[in-house]
Design a protein around this ligand. Structure first.
Ligand code: NAG
Ligand code: NAG
Ligand code: NAG
Ligand code: NAG
Length: 552
C-alpha cells in the first residue's frame, strides 16, 4: 500500500510546509509475487481437466451450448450458438491451447447471431457476459488479429440493442425476440440491467461506435441515480418502464450481485474522471459494513446478510454472493482502503469455510447462519441435522447442490494475488482434488454438478454450464500460474471471468469517501443527453436526439 504524504509547498513567510495525506490507488497484486515451483504441477492438472472436459464437449456436444456429461448428450439453454466454445475461448488462449482456439475462431465465423437457434428469446445479460464478453476478450488476448470476433460481436449486439425500445428509455428490458426485434416487457433487476457496461464499452472501443457504451452506461447511471433503500445499496428489482425500484430487497447475491461488482470495475477499466462509479461502489460497501455485516454465533465467521422488503435483516448467503470477498479486495486496493481489503479477506475465509466443511470439500449453493445480532423473522429455523452441522461449522446448508459455479475460487484467486499467502494455493489445490474425485464422469471424461455437496455417494446434475470452462478452470489455472500472467493490475475481469485489457491505473479512484446520504447524485431527467464522460480514444462522440440508433 502506498500512502504518500505530499508536501504542498505552502510557505507562508518562509516558515512552514503543510503535509496533506493523499490517498493513492494501490496496486492490486502484492509486489514481487511469485508462485512456488510446486504450483506448476497443479496448474498442469487444471489444464488437463480443461482438455478432458472440453474433449468430452467436442465429442458429444460440439456446437451446442452445454455438454450433458452423464447422458453423453447436449442442451441448448443459451440460444444454441455454442456457448461453451465462445465462453471457453479466452481460457484456451490463456492456457496456450492453440488448436482448440483456432478451431473456435473458425466456428465463430459460422455462427449466425442474427437469429436464435432455439425458440427462446435472448437474455440481454447472459448473452452479454458469455458471448459478447467471450468474443471481445478473445479478440484482445489474441493480439487483435481476428477481426471476425468483433464483426460477430457487433452482429449480436446490434440485435441486443433492441432491448431499449424507445429513444428515451435508459434501462433495457431483459429479453429480446430476435425474430421480431422486440423486447419482452416485464420487471428486471439491477444485476441484469447493470452488468453490461464493461462489455458494451469495450465493443465501442473496438468498433468506434459509441452507441453501445452510451446505452449500457446509461442504464447504470440511471440505477445509481435512484434513491436507494440504504445509501448505495440499490434495491434488486427495477422496472424499465418507470425507472423505479420494485420492492426494497437488498442483497450481494443473485439478481443484484454484479451491478455492485461492475461499479468499481467500470471505474478501473475506463479510468473515467466521473467519480460516480467508484463513489457509488464505496457507498454500497460503506452501507454494507454498517447494516449487513453479521457474525455467526459459532466460530465468529463474517458474512453479509440480505435485507428484505420490510427492512428486516435476513441471515442468508450463497455461492453466487461469494464473489464479494474478491471484489472488496480489488476495490479496497484501488481505494487504498485497508478496512475494505481486510473485510474482503474475512469474507473469503467464511466462503472458503463452506467448502472446507462439507464431505466433498465443495461448497453449497445457499447457506445461512445464526447471527450474533439476533434471530430475525426471515431467518430459517434450522432442523436437527442443520443444527448439528451449524454447531460444527458456523453455517448450515439450505440448498445443497453445486452446479460448477466459480465465485468461491474466484475470490480465493484475488486473495492469493493480493496477499501472497500460500494457504490460498493450498485451498485451490484441495478444490481441484475434490473436483477430480466427485465431479468427473468416468464414462465421458466430462465434469458434472452434484445434488448434495455433503454426500460422497453423490447423485449427478447432468449438465456442464459454459462457466465451467470460462470461469472455474480459468481462475484455478491463473491461481497457479505466474502472477504476471493476466495481472490484476493490467486486466479487469468481467463477471464471467473474461479479462479485458485495462490502461495503467489512475492515481486515485473516487472522491475518497462514500456519499454522505442517499440521493446526493441527481438523476438526469428522462430524455436528457447523458453527460460526456469517459471518452474512448479514437471514438468521436456525438450526443443528441438523432443518436438513438437503437430504435427502429
Ligand atoms: C451503432 O450501434 C447501434 C446500436 O446497435 C446501431 O443501431 C447503429 O447502426 C451503429 N452505427 C453504425 C454506424 O454502425
Ligand atoms: C418515451 O417515449 C415513448 C414513445 O417514444 C413515450 O410513449 C413515453 O411517454 C416516453 N416516456 C417519457 C418518460 O418521456
Ligand atoms: C475505508 O472505508 C471505510 C468504509 O467506507 C471507512 O469507514 C474508512 O474510514 C475508510 N478508511 C480510510 C482510511 O479512508
Ligand atoms: C447420499 O445420497 C445417496 C444417494 O442419493 C442416498 O441414498 C443417501 O441416503 C445419502 N446419504 C446421506 C448421508 O444423506
Amino acid at each position: 500500500m502506498v500512502r504518500l504524504y505530499v508536501a504542498t509547498a505552502l510557505r507562508c513567510f518562509g516558515v512552514l510546509s503543510i503535509l496533506y495525506p493523499l490517498v493513492l490507488a494501490g496496486p492490486v497484486q502484492k509486489a514481487g509475487l511469485r508462485v512456488p515451483d510446486s504450483a506448476f504441477q497443479h496448474r498442469d492438472d487444471v489444464k488437463n481437466i480443461f482438455i478432458e472436459s472440453y474433449q468430452a464437449y467436442r465429442k458429444f456436444a460440439f456446437g451446442h451450448d452445454d455438454l450433458e456429461p452423464v447422458s453423453k448428450s447436449f442442451s441448448d439453454g443459451r440460444n444454441g450458438w455454442g456457448a461453451s466454445i465462445v465462453d471457453g475461448m479466452p481460457t484456451m488462449q490463456i492456457m496456450g491451447l492453440d488448436d482448440f482456439f483456432n478451431e473456435a475462431v473458425q466456428f465463430v465465423g459460422k455462427i449466425d447471431f442474427s437469429e436464435s437457434q432455439t425458440p427462446d428469446t435472448v437474455s440481454l445479460f447472459e448473452t452479454t457476459i458469455r458471448y459478447l464478453g467471450g468474443l471481445v476478450s478473445s479478440y484482445e488476448l489474441s493480439g487483435k488479429q481476428h477481426q471476425i470476433l468483433i464483426d460477430k460481436a457487433k452482429q449480436l449486439t446490434d440485435k441486443m440493442a433492441f432491448a431499449w425500445e424507445t429513444p428515451n428509455q435508459t434501462i433495457p428490458w431483459r429479453f429480446v425476440d430476435f425474430d421480431t426485434n422486440s423486447p419482452n416487457l416485464g420487471t428486471s433487476n439491477i444485476a441484469e440491467a447493470g452488468t453490461l457496461d464493461l462489455e458494451w464499452n469495450r465493443l465501442s472501443l473496438h468498433t468506434g461506435n459509441d452507441t453501445y457504451r452510451r446505452l449500457a452506461e446509461g442504464s447504470v447511471r440511471t440505477i445509481a441515480g435512484l434513491t436507494d433503500p440504504l445509501p448505495g445499496l440499490a434495491a434488486q428489482g427495477i422496472d424499465p418502464a418507470t425507472n423505479a425500484f420494485v420492492g426494497n430487497y437488498i442483497t450481494w447475491g443473485g439478481g443484484s450481485d454484479s451491478y455492485f461488482e461492475y461499479l468499481i470495475k467500470y471505474a478501473r477499466l475506463t479510468n473515467t474522471d466521473d467519480n460516480l462509479f467508484a463513489d457509488e461502489w464505496h457507498t454500497a460497501v460503506d452501507s454494507s459494513i454498517k447494516h449487513l455485516q453479521s457474525r455467526s454465533t459459532v466460530q465468529n465467521h463474517l458474512y453479509l446478510a440480505d435485507r428484505d422488503d420490510n427492512g428486516d435483516i435476513v441471515h442468508v448467503s450463497s455461492h453466487l454472493a461469494c464473489f464479494h470477498g474478491g471484489n472488496w479486495i480489488f476495490g479496497g486496493k484501488l481505494l487504498n482502503n485497508d478496512t475494505i481489503v481486510n473485510i474482503g479477506l474475512e469474507l473469503v475465509e467464511a466462503c472458503w469455510n463452506t467448502y472446507a466443511s462439507t464431505a466433498t470439500g465443495i461448497g453449497p449453493e445457499a447457506f445461512e447462519w445464526l447471527a450474533q445480532d439476533s434471530f430475525q423473522p426471515g431467518d430459517t429455523r434450522p432442523n436437527r441435522q442443520q443444527t448439528a452441522f451449524y454447531l460444527q461449522h458456523g453455517f448450515f446448508i439450505t440448498a445443497s447442490d453445486y452446479i460448477l459455479r466459480p465465485e468461491v475460487l474466484e475470490s480465493n484467486f484475488y486473495a492469493w494475488r493480493a496477499t501472497g499467502d500460500t494457504k490460498y494455493l493450498d485451498r485451490a489445490a484441495s478444490a481441484v482434488e475434490s473436483f477430480k474425485k466427485f465431479l468427473q464422469v468416468q464414462s465421458s471424461g466430462g465434469y458434472s454438478g452434484i445434488n448434495d455437496v455433503n454426500n460422497v455417494t453423490v447423485s449427478r446434475i447432468d449438465d456442464t454450464e459454459s462457466f465451467w470452462f470460462a470461469e472455474v478452470l480459468k481462475y484455478l489455472y491463473l491461481t497457479f500460474d505466474d502472477p504476471d500472467h493476466i495481472s490484476l493490475d493490467k486486466y479487469v475481469f468481467n463477471t464471467e471471468a473474461q479479462p479485458f485489457e485495462a490502461p495503467p491505473a489512475k492515481p486515485v479512484y473516487g472522491s475518497g469517501h462514500p456519499y454522505p446520504a442517499q440521493g446526493s447524485y441527481v438523476m438526469k431527467p428522462s430524455g436528457a443527453p447523458l453527460p460526456k464522460i469517459s471518452p474512448i480514444p479514437g471514438v468521436s462522440i456525438s450526443f443528441g436526439t438523432n443518436d438513438n440508433s437503437n430504435s427502429n
